[in-house]
Design a binder for this molecule. Structure first.
Ligand SMILES: Cc1ncc(COP(=O)(O)O)c(C=O)c1O
Length: 362
């Protein structure tokens, strides 16, 4: 239970009544996992959702996984990068981005990020390494796939966009792939789940096999994992897909209300110009101490969160093996995430904007 009158996050998943018809199908089929009928149907439904937002993009293939982390793992393992090569991950991200690469057998190099996009700069990707490049679409932002297709072509390195919170808005490119999360905290939440989204059917096929222990025709050709989504989770996904038009509209309305009410120059730059609602509304506190901002909001009954702090390179796990990443350190120090969920009322947005303006001025 949040101590705040306006909690930072309230997840919005289908209720028991909405799940009923899908659970009844599982009861009838008595199939619970291993690429069952609901998983297959959800893959088609989700691919159609991505295509509806990007009718000009190549038709996507969706391979479901048990989480965003296992989806990243299977995508990296299926990417065709040489085993043991060094992959590049931004230092400004959630630890899973780097961990998945390591579990898939790659070394991980952490790179500082661009201040505007909050992720890797396409021009900074080197050909000295050969592992996967994993730019992150932070906080539900959307990356330019043409730029990342060019990086993949110019460097010969696979590019996997970690768009954990950006489903269904982040489409794959011609050759860059996308991974998303369906964790309960994400806009399209199902509890736990994730997916690879790619325009390359061969990549989808390899990933699907690796997600099933690497089996192909009853034998194993490569080290795999169990990343399969269960039918029960797919049931939640199918029910959630039916709710998506309403959820998307509620989030779009909220985004408009916030943009009208908040000081424009305070919204994190990569989110400010976005046409679709992001996952998180992130403010740049500038010279204001973030802790003081958080306390001020809390005193007004408003929950908030600091995200991706400290930078990955500053966690004890890395044992100080990385170069300093000043932009990451700056972002980790000055960003704060406000409530952005479907339980917020217009009055809540007004209260939040008033509290923010009280600190930063108009
Ligand atoms: C950028 C990023 N990548 C990967 C993940 C992992 O996703 P999951 O929790 O579904 O494993 C997260 C989770 O929030 C994330 O923020």
């Amino acid at each position: 239970m949040s101590p705040h009158r306006i909690p930072w996050l309230v997840s919005d998943l289908p209720d028991a009544a909405a799940l009923g018809p899908f659970l009844a199908r599982i009861d009838a089929a008595r199939v619970y996992s291993n690429n069952g009928p609901l998983v297959q149907e959800l893959e088609s439904v989700l691919a159609a959702m991505v295509q509806a937002y990007h009718p000009q993009a190549p038709a996507p293939f969706v391979v479901l996984a048990s989480s965003g982390t296992t989806a990243l793992h299977m995508a990296a393992a299926a990417s065709g990068a040489p085993a043991g090569a060094t992959g590049t991950v931004p230092s400004f991200t959630f630890p899973a981005t780097a961990h998945a690469l390591q579990h898939a057998g790659f070394q991980v190099e952490l790179a500082d990020v661009d201040a505007q996009t909050g992720t890797l700069s396409p021009t900074a990707v080197s050909t000295a390494a050969a592992g996967p490049v994993v730019p992150v679409a932070v906080f539900g932002s959307v990356l330019d796939t043409a730029l990342w297709d060019n990086v993949a072509k110019a460097t010969g390195r696979p590019v996997i966009i970690d768009a954990a919170a950006s489903f269904p808005h982040q489409a794959p490119g011609q050759c860059c792939h996308v991974v998303v999360s369906f964790h309960a905290t994400k806009p399209f939440g199902i509890g736990e789940g994730g997916a690879l989204i790619t325009a390359d059917p061969a990549m989808a096929d390899r990933a699907r096999k690796l997600a099933n222990f690497g089996f192909e025709d009853g034998v194993v050709h490569a080290v795999g994992l169990n990343a399969k989504m269960s039918e029960l989770h797919a049931a939640v996904g199918l029910a959630q897909a039916q709710r998506w038009p309403d959820l998307a509209q509620a989030r779009a309305d909220l985004w408009t209300a916030y943009r009208d009410a908040l000081p424009q120059n305070r919204i994190m730059s990569c989110l400010a110009g976005q046409a679709v609602a992001p996952a998180n509304l992130v403010l740049d506190c500038g010279d204001h101490a973030v802790d003081a901002v958080q306390q001020h909001l809390s005193a007004h009954g408003i929950g908030s969160r600091r995200l991706y702090t400290p930078g990955l390179h500053q966690h004890p796990w890395r044992r100080r093996q990385d170069q300093p990443c000043p932009v990451t350190e700056h972002l980790a120090d000055c960003l704060i995430s406000l409530p952005f969920h479907t339980r917020l009322t217009r009055a809540d947005v007004c209260s939040i904007a008033t509290a923010v303006r009280g600190l930063f001025g108009a």
